[in-house]
Design a protein around this ligand. Structure first.
Ligand code: 13P
Length: 257
């Protein structure tokens, strides 16, 4: 982390877990475990669409932002089952995860649709959390840097310099998601540094310096401190460990070390 230049953001991705009836108790417990986190980092919980109204209401009082896990790239229209950036912002949602590897793999999202969604968030009040990362075979072949560079270039195509500061990048190696296998802090740092270099080449050093880059993939209360101590890792996107207030709070507290 480097708080001098950029915001630390710890975001939970609840995926398809939790019930609306559980949100209040989670928020109350989190609020008691980390009462002062507003001072040192942004905290966000990304919940399933159906939970978002309850989450906005519950988390507002403890200063935690709420994010969607996906959204449609169109403003409105005949897209049955979809939700727009405008609809999310209208109920108080502030963030949207874009291009999570589970959506790329399971729902055929491409770099082109990721780009359209990023552009749609930037026309709205939402901040996109754009996910990039390589598969195990890509890492083994040695093309991690190429894959991540292409994903970022595609995702940010047409994004102007004055808008890109709103973007959060999450580096999530696919082989580390939900597997208990975390990238070593050195490996995660190396890719996050490479991400910053790509941002510098697309925009400028000054802009690259202020963009928040998160690591995601089996981050938990045990490994968070070491990962967050890396100079180019400005936060986390946390799946499993964000489902319990105790482990999520421990990661937030690690961001304060
Ligand atoms: P886990 O923390 O469960 O590995 O999930 C990471 C992730 O996919 C967050 O978006």
């Amino acid at each position: 982390m480097n708080r001098e230049f950029r915001q630390t953001v710890i975001a939970g991705n609840w995926k398809m877990n939790m019930l609306a009836s559980e949100v209040n108790a989670f928020s109350e417990r989190l609020g008691t475990l980390v009462p002062g986190f507003r001072d040192w980092c942004g905290v966000v919980v990304c919940a399933a669409s159906v939970l978002l109204p309850a989450a906005v209401k519950a988390f507002e009082s403890i200063g935690v932002g709420v994010g969607a896990q996906n959204m449609n790239q169109h403003e409105s229209g005949a897209y049955t089952g979809e939700v727009s950036a405008g609809q999310l912002a209208d109920i108080g949602v502030g963030y949207a995860i874009i291009g999570h590897s589970e959506r790329r793999e399971l729902y055929s999202e491409t770099d082109a649709t990721v780009n359209q969604k990023v552009l749609a968030t930037l026309k709205s009040p939402l901040r996109p959390i754009v996910c990039v990362g390589e598969s195990l075979s890509q890492r083994e072949i040695g093309v991690t840097g190429d894959i991540v560079a292409m994903q970022i270039k595609m995702a940010l195509h047409g994004v102007a310099a004055e808008e890109v500061r709103k973007v959060i990048i999450a580096y999530e190696p696919i082989w580390a998601i939900g597997t208990g296998k975390t990238a070593t802090p050195e490996d995660a740092q190396e890719v996050c540094r490479a991400v910053r270099n790509i941002l510098a080449s697309l925009y400028s050093d000054e802009i690259a310096k202020v963009i928040t880059i998160q690591y995601g993939g089996s981050m938990n209360e045990k490994n968070a401190l070491e990962l967050l101590a890396q100079p180019d890792i400005d936060g986390g996107l946390i799946g499993g460990a964000s489902l319990r207030p105790e482990s999520f709070a421990a990661i937030i507290n690690a961001a304060n070390q």
